[in-house]
Design a binder for this molecule. Structure first.
Ligand code: SF4
Length: 439
């Protein structure tokens, strides 16, 4: 949401948006401060972008969760950054950006440089169509649609509720307007996101309105695929399962972060579901939608996780056979309740548990992929291989940049880029599929 707002503000003030950091005169980095790896990635990106200040870039602006959490430290540590904006200051975000630029102009003008206007990184106004085309950062085919911000779940290991505040849904009309706008720009697939998409509407309408929202979006003619991610188990209703089972535009795909299955651990994590409830939910979804794709995420090495607890988790993974799985080693986040828990797990134990989970999952994913052999799917072609021999695409069961790809031999004289084609899967490897076009 904030990214879109910011694009809008820059546009309104006659700036051009670019995805190319080499040509940018202002670089804005939106950060995440959720877990150690995200913090590290954010810092690395800031340092990498700071290099462009030696060339074209005049201002480096950093905002987001990391800034909200470590504002004072970052001010001292990263003098290359011209402006840090905390989440709580987003109301006055443009004022801050303008002040930065004005201050610079005044300073330069006092030094009697004649470049003061030229130094302002303004660009000619773009047409509405040009602007919109430039600001979708995920290419021509799919776009993320954020339906809420923050989180009220308060899992004890997670800093997001403290950084982002409670879950706040966007008005349905506002979301639908954005979805329509994306459709007009040629977007074919919408990916619904929020910290917990199943909570959509609870704060505004007193109950979850995710199913209703998905139904409305599916009425937009140009939108062919819709998916929603991060659905917490307790929020997956029968209505939602029924909708996924019956609406051909909604991917038969559930992303259900379960985090663990040992009840005592789930309780310490302040998760709302028990192992038995998770088991029942998986069974219910699979009964209703036999060809469903299930993704989950887990935390290994939560404080107090014994070898027995871990074995229970491993056994569960073995039986549940998720199609896709992401595991994370527990990261002790300051300010969160679980950071104070006794029996923190040693780093090496976490690493070994992580490896064992991933090894188990690799076997399962491979077996599950094998089941796709000789089946037909619609594939959205999004790329062509370097050597030009293959189209590269995704089925409706694959989330961009997370799940696998489909490689299709490319016949001379054809151009299926950004189109859907019917394919038969002819080969399977660890993560990706090879297919041939069905005439
Ligand atoms: S649901 Fe839990 S893990 Fe996810 S953002 Fe909210 S508090 Fe964090």
């Amino acid at each position: 949401m904030i990214q879109k707002q910011l694009f809008g503000l820059f546009k309104k003030n006659q700036y051009e948006i670019t995805n190319n950091e080499k040509e940018a005169q202002i670089i804005v980095i939106n950060t995440c401060g959720f877990i150690d790896s995200a913090k590290e990635e954010a810092i690395n990106t800031i340092l990498e972008m700071a290099e462009y200040k030696k060339k074209n870039c005049k201002y480096l602006i950093v905002m987001g969760c990391l800034v909200q959490r470590y504002y004072e430290d970052l001010l001292k540590l990263l003098p290359e950054v011209d402006l840090f904006i905390k989440i709580e200051d987003y109301d006055t975000l443009w004022e801050k950006i303008e002040n930065l630029i004005k201050k610079d102009i005044v300073t330069k003008s006092n030094k009697k440089t004649s470049q003061k206007i030229m130094d302002i990184p303004t660009m000619p106004m773009l047409t509405e169509e040009q602007f919109l085309n430039r600001t979708i950062t995920t290419g021509q085919n799919y776009a993320y649609l954020k339906i809420g911000e923050g989180c009220s779940n308060k899992c004890t290991y997670c800093a997001i509720p403290y950084i982002r505040g409670p879950f706040v849904s966007r008005e349905k009309e506002d979301i639908l307007q954005e979805a329509n706008q994306l459709a007009k720009q040629g977007i074919k697939e919408i990916i619904i996101i929020a910290q917990d998409t199943t909570k959509y509407g609870v704060d505004l309408y007193g109950e979850s309105k995710l199913a209703e929202l998905l139904k409305e979006i599916s009425k937009i003619k140009e939108i062919k695929w819709i998916r929603f991610l991060y659905s917490y188990p307790e929020g997956i209703t029968d209505e939602l399962i029924e909708l996924v089972a019956t609406n051909p535009k909604i991917a038969k795909y559930f992303d259900i972060p379960i985090q663990h299955v040992t009840n005592s651990i789930l309780k310490k994590m302040n998760r709302k579901t028990s192992k038995e409830q998770i088991q029942d939910l998986i069974l219910k979804i699979r009964n209703k939608i036999p060809d469903v794709t299930l993704r989950t995420s887990l935390i290994v090495g939560f404080p107090g996780e014994t070898e027995e607890n871990f074995e229970e988790l491993l056994q569960f993974i073995h039986t549940a056979k998720f199609d896709k799985l992401g595991a994370f080693m527990y990261s002790k986040e300051e300010g969160t309740p679980s950071a104070k828990l006794p029996n923190q797990i040693h780093g090496n134990t976490k690493k070994s548990r992580y490896r064992r989970i991933m090894e188990e999952q690799q076997k399962i994913s491979k077996e599950n992929l094998q089941k796709k052999l000789h089946h037909q799917y619609d594939v959205l072609v999004e790329n062509v291989s370097f050597d030009g021999k293959y189209y590269i695409g995704r089925t409706m069961q694959d989330v961009p940049e997370i799940d696998g790809l489909v490689y299709i031999e490319r016949q001379k004289g054809t151009n299926y880029l950004n189109k859907f084609i019917r394919c038969e899967i002819i080969k399977v490897d660890n993560y990706d599929l090879m297919a041939k076009i069905k005439e």
